[in-house]
Design a protein around this ligand. Structure first.
Ligand code: ZN
Length: 476
């Protein structure tokens, strides 16, 4: 029987993925996991992206019902998208469109390229979106995906300077979140020692740090601050522990200067982070490198370009912005069998710099790293701001505790107001502290706010992903 279009496009896609993978299992050098890819010229990177796109687009058309319907609705054929220059013909796919598909076709939606027969043959693992906004959605990835995923993450980890000689303490619940598992798979590939840190309290984790001397801890920035304070309360200086690297995830930290400074000072360690999203790139999209923090304090994050195409689009028109201008991140994932994506709107504001980095990597860098999804934007009487801007203001005031809360409410006259609740030893004479926080926040986002100063220890301690914003505005 002749091979069907569905099978032929799948075979070609998998062959193309393999053709452009270098150093699948062992690193090519000390500095780079895949030197020829990590330091490829821009022309070479674009040639790889084009070759992958030419195999991907027919594969999606033949195998993903979601993509097939979209091609038909737009009046496009696979031959219309052959190179990265053709990508703008394909309107970005946003989260709302994927949610609509998942609701119409529960429980998984139809974006995947796998039918149940292929899933059963490959084996799979299920994950869910973090659910910051909207209901959590589930995603399956095949064993083939996991292998490409471990390879991509190994490249990111190597860029961050994590490898042989390190012991990594994974402080995560090992729930269905892509980040922790992806890092775990990569560390296994890299033969780096790992201590799993799920299912224990902060004191037990602090004791592991004292007894087994991990050099890297992986957790949210909120948790790294909390754990450092717990060690201090036990009479131990976190800065004197073996921890040299804080591998931060779940919340932005690299791009928030005062949060980064607090972490660096508390632990006497450097901060590195991954960037990505469950939908478009379950493995690393962005990663820190040795040159991520410039001498002037500026911060950049690389994006892995031979396995993804990263673009920035205007928030309103969703048209590509000019190089160097700020826009929202869009990812085309070229590194998965089950869920490659064409132009998924990840939705973080940044600007790109494609000059060669001091670390030798050529892959584009996000200037200022990432400081929050457009979805998380707070709108107060038409003034728009990110929680990270408020965090920058709050954590810039010395003596303020690590925890804080942003409360959006409605005053008796019907006006929407914002109150920031912070902790400070001077809570009984709060005026000076409140004025300093208000001034710092006004510098960051030009908004007037109320400040409530509480005694230290009043706000709940953050164990994992922090919920900083409480919106109790009346809806009328
Ligand atoms: Zn670099």
């Amino acid at each position: 029987m002749p091979e069907s279009h569905r099978d032929a496009t799948r075979r070609r896609w998998l062959e193309t993925l393999e053709q452009y993978r270098r150093h699948a299992d062992t690193p090519g050098s000390d500095a780079y996991w895949a030197p020829a890819l990590d330091t490829a010229s821009r022309d070479e990177l674009i040639a790889i992206q084009n070759a992958k796109l030419a195999a991907l687009v027919p594969f999606l058309y033949e195998n993903s019902p979601f993509y097939r319907r979209r091609f038909e609705r737009l009046g496009l054929l696979p031959t219309d998208i052959k190179t990265v220059d053709d990508l703008p013909k394909w309107p970005v796919v946003d989260k709302a469109e994927m949610v609509e598909d998942a609701l119409a076709h529960p429980p998984y939606g139809t974006y995947t390229t796998m039918d149940e027969g292929i899933w059963a043959k490959r084996g799979w693992m299920m994950f869910s979106s973090s659910g910051t906004t909207g209901a959590p959605r589930v995603f399956r990835y095949s064993q083939i995906d996991r292998d490409y995923w471990a390879w991509a993450n190994a490249r990111g980890l190597r860029a961050m300077g994590i490898g042989k000689g390190d012991t990594v303490f994974m402080i995560t619940g090992y729930g269905p979140h892509v980040w922790a598992w992806g890092v775990q798979f990569a560390l296994a590939k890299m033969e780096v020692p790992v201590i799993p840190g799920g299912g224990m309290d902060a004191r037990a984790r602090a004791q592991i740090i004292q007894r087994f001397h991990p050099t890297v801890i992986c957790c949210t920035p909120s948790y790294a601050l909390y754990l450092g304070r717990v060690l201090r309360d036990m009479g131990v200086d976190p800065g004197e522990m073996a921890v040299q690297t804080l591998f931060i995830a779940g919340e932005p930290a690299m791009g928030i200067t005062h949060t980064r400074a607090r972490l660096e000072k508390l632990w006497q360690a450097r901060i590195v982070e991954f960037y990505g999203c469950t939908e478009a790139s379950p493995h690393v999209g962005g990663y820190s490198c040795a040159a991520s923090v410039g001498k002037d304090g500026s911060v950049t994050t690389h994006l892995l370009e031979d396995v993804q195409v990263w673009e920035l689009v205007d928030a309103e028109t969703r048209a590509p912005v000019k190089r160097g201008e700020r826009g929202l991140t869009v990812c085309t994932c070229l590194n998965s069998e089950s869920s490659p994506q064409l132009r998924f709107l990840v939705g973080d504001y940044t600007a790109f710099d494609d000059h060669v980095c001091a670390c030798g990597r050529t892959h584009v860098r996000a200037v200022g790293a990432f400081t929050g999804r457009a979805d998380d934007l707070i709108n107060l009487r038409g003034i728009k701001m990110y929680p990270s801007q408020i965090e920058e203001g709050v954590r810039g005031v010395s003596g303020i505790g690590d925890e804080y809360e942003i409360v959006l409410s409605t005053d008796p006259s019907g006006l929407a107001i914002m109150t920031i609740r912070v902790e400070h030893p001077d809570h009984e004479v709060p005026d000076a502290v409140a004025a300093r926080v208000a001034e710092e926040v006004r510098t960051q986002c030009e908004v007037r706010i109320g400040i409530e100063v509480l005694p230290p220890g009043m706000l709940p301690k953050t164990e994992f992903k922090a919920k900083r914003v409480r919106d109790i505005r009346s809806k009328s």
